[in-house]
Design a protein around this ligand. Sequence first.
Ligand code: FE
Length: 169
Amino acid sequence: MKRRQVLAAAMLVPLEGLAQTCGVVTPRQTEGPFFTPASPQRASLLEGGEKTRFVLAGRVLSSDCKPAANALVDLWHCDEQGAYDNQGYRYRGHQFTDAQGRYRFETIVPALYPGRTRHFHVKVQPRGGRLLTTQLYWPNEAANRRDGIYRPELEMKLAKEEGSFDFGV
Ligand code: FE
């Protein structure tokens, strides 16, 4: 291989790799009827006595693949019976990403409720940037196929009781 060909081949590989891991803008989804503004700032939504435990973690990345530090991540979801707390802030909370753009919530596995597959609701906003409202899904959930809002691009990567998702903003 000539030097020019080697350089060209070397450049192709990282570009393809980047396209798959970042630079993808996360699709927007409906907020739904149960968003409550001004949720408490906290990393754990656990109240004690829950039967399930789940960690949702990941990063917020800008379109040029840089970590978005201090980005807002606001999470809300229903309880283990499929009900939302519309009076208070049970299973509602927000936090800001660290210097590497990371966020991490401890919470439960929300139940399915009529008409919907299992999902989290999330709002993400980089500092001074546009607010992204979307939802996250469990892979291999049978009800995904019957839910008209579900999108495969919004599935978390699952490992035991942990789901990871990187938001592209
Ligand atoms: Fe919902």
